[in-house]
Design a binder for this molecule. Structure first.
Ligand SMILES: [Zn+2]
Length: 68
C-alpha cells in the first residue's frame, strides 16, 4: 500500500479520509495549502482546516490528481 506524503497535498486534489464526515462523505477536495490544509467536503460543501501533519495521517488514499 502506498503511503501518502506531503507532496501529494496539492490544490484540487481529491483525497479520501479514514473518518467519515457527519454527512456521510469521505471524499474532500483540497482548496488551500499551507501549514493548515483547507478541505472542501464534496457532498455537503462544508469547509474544514486541518494541520498538515494531522491530515497526512487521516488520508486513506488519493482519489484523483489534478494533472490533466
Ligand atoms: Zn460533508
Amino acid at each position: 500500500m502506498s503511503r501518502v506524503n506531503s507532496a501529494d497535498i496539492q490544490l484540487d486534489t481529491i483525497v479520501r479520509l479514514r473518518k467519515k464526515h457527519p454527512c456521510g462523505s469521505t471524499d474532500w477536495r483540497i482548496v488551500r495549502v499551507g501549514a493548515d490544509i483547507g478541505l472542501l467536503c464534496l457532498t455537503c460543501k462544508r469547509k474544514l482546516l486541518v494541520p498538515r501533519g494531522k491530515l497526512l495521517k487521516q488520508i486513506k488514499h488519493i482519489v484523483t490528481l489534478n494533472d490533466e
